[in-house]
Design a binder for this molecule. Structure first.
Ligand code: T46
Length: 142
């Protein structure tokens, strides 16, 4: 398994039951796998352009886990000091997108399905969408 080098990230492995050839069942329980109460979930589908970029922001406080349920994409993480790039293609593994972590998703396969669970409701004021501002804030927090 890949080692996470950036701050405020990590990988969780969910419980999997493999009923081949009748499918796989993957389970996430709050507190056992997801360390917060889930207040929102959303999913990203139908990214038809391989060159599409999503994310390109950080959050001030929000905690999230992202799962790639189908297909694949690349995720780039940047904590303001260290950067890391990973391929997401195994639905068992969730990546923590904690506060102050610039994240960009790219190179989506056409069948890519991303599921994100979050510990709070949508709040645009929690987003940092300007990279220079992110770097300034990230340096202050060191
Ligand atoms: C994140 C990455 C992984 C809402 O109104 N409510 C919501 O809950 C969300 C997630 C988005 N929106 C609105 C805000 C924008 O006007 O939907 C529009 C598209 O959102 P955005 O450009 O932020 O989408 P992504 O895919 O770049 O980012 C999303 C999440 O917004 C973000 O929190 O961490 O996925």
């Amino acid at each position: 398994m890949i080692k996470i080098k950036v701050k405020n990230s990590g990988i969780i492995e969910l419980q999997l039951f493999d009923d081949f050839p009748d499918g796989q069942l993957v389970i996430a329980e709050v507190k056992k796998h997801i360390p917060f109460e889930i207040r929102r979930l959303y999913f990203i589908t139908n990214v038809f352009r391989n060159r599409s970029l999503r994310g390109k922001h950080a959050h001030k406080k929000l905690e999230q886990y992202m799962f790639c349920l189908n297909g694949s994409c690349i995720i780039k993480l940047d904590d303001g000091t260290k950067k890391q790039k990973m391929i997401m293609r195994d639905p068992r593994f969730g990546i923590r997108l904690g506060p102050m972590l610039w994240h960009t998703m790219m190179r989506f396969s056409k069948d890519c399905v991303l599921l994100v669970v979050a510990n709070d409701h949508y709040d645009e004021s929690d987003y940092i969408r300007d990279y220079k501002e992110f770097l300034k804030l990230a340096k202050k927090k060191i």
